[in-house]
Design a protein around this ligand. Structure first.
Ligand code: 6PG
Length: 243
């Protein structure tokens, strides 16, 4: 696990974008599969990636973009992760529709989860019981320690068979589709990006044994991959002094 602390939010997003770019540039496969979170941290990261030097460094044509979770609202809604990603980055890039895999948020949630799972099985060529391996999964963390739309105490945290499941909760408190922990923990690289003092107590809990598995973020332990935490000084303010 790597922890990188940046002095400011601006430096944080530049660093996170650089890690994203480097992961794409260093990947050897023909397609780089990434899964994006939503929320304000994601929005700031994607806006940073829209501008140079990052925008021209990333070979966008190699990317397949998936979503970690999605609120079951219209894409035009200000709460839509895909709708916001389009505004913040995707509509500014030469991406083909086939490179984008938004979650089917307009369907009945359980059906939407099944349909996204089938799309993933087809795209990754999965056999029964196989899990998709994303090259990079970008995660934010909620003040309650949630990741994706896996909230503390949710039964979805114990889902071991489904790749995608439907939950209700969060802010806004709506139905959501979310990747499950088995999928998140198959990633080659999990990139946590955390900004702001309101996340300091959460980070302290996640990084201390006291946090234990109660916090969903503490359950992110890639089976074969690695985790990089990129946090700003405010979010890291309660962490023990780093060597
Ligand atoms: C969502 C996100 C969620 C987000 C965290 C952090 O759809 O809500 O995927 O997991 O990453 O809640 O959100 P902020 O960056 O807004 O604090």
């Amino acid at each position: 696990m790597q922890l990188i602390i940046k002095e400011s939010a601006r430096e944080l997003f530049r660093e996170a974008g650089e890690h994203f770019a480097r992961a794409v540039l260093e990947s050897i496969g023909p397609v780089f599969s990434a899964a994006l979170s939503g929320g304000s941290t994601a929005r700031d990261l994607l806006k940073t990636m829209r501008t140079d030097p990052l925008a021209s460094r990333i070979p966008w044509s190699n990317l397949d973009l998936w979503w970690v979770d999605e609120r079951c609202v219209p894409f035009e809604s200000p709460h839509s992760n895909f709708g916001n990603a389009r505004k913040d980055l995707l509509d500014h890039l030469p991406l083909s529709a086939g490179q984008l895999h938004p979650m089917p948020a307009q369907q009945e949630p359980r059906q939407g989860a099944m349909d996204y799972e089938h799309e993933m099985i087809s795209a990754f060529g999965l056999r029964d019981g196989q899990l998709p391996v994303f090259d990079l999964i970008f995660l934010g963390i909620g003040p309650d320690g949630h990741v994706a739309s896996l909230f503390p105490g949710s039964a979805a945290l114990d889902e071991r068979k489904k790749l995608v499941t439907a939950v209700k909760g969060g802010d806004p408190n709506v139905y959501r589709l979310t990747l499950t922990l088995p999928v998140l923990n198959q990633a080659r690289l999990v990139l946590f990006v955390v900004s702001g003092a309101k996340k300091a107590e959460t980070l302290r809990s996640v990084f201390s044994s006291a946090g234990g598995d109660a916090l969903p973020a503490a359950r992110i332990n890639p089976v074969h991959g690695r985790v990089t935490w990129i946090v700003d000084r405010d979010a890291a303010s309660l962490l023990p002094a780093q060597p």
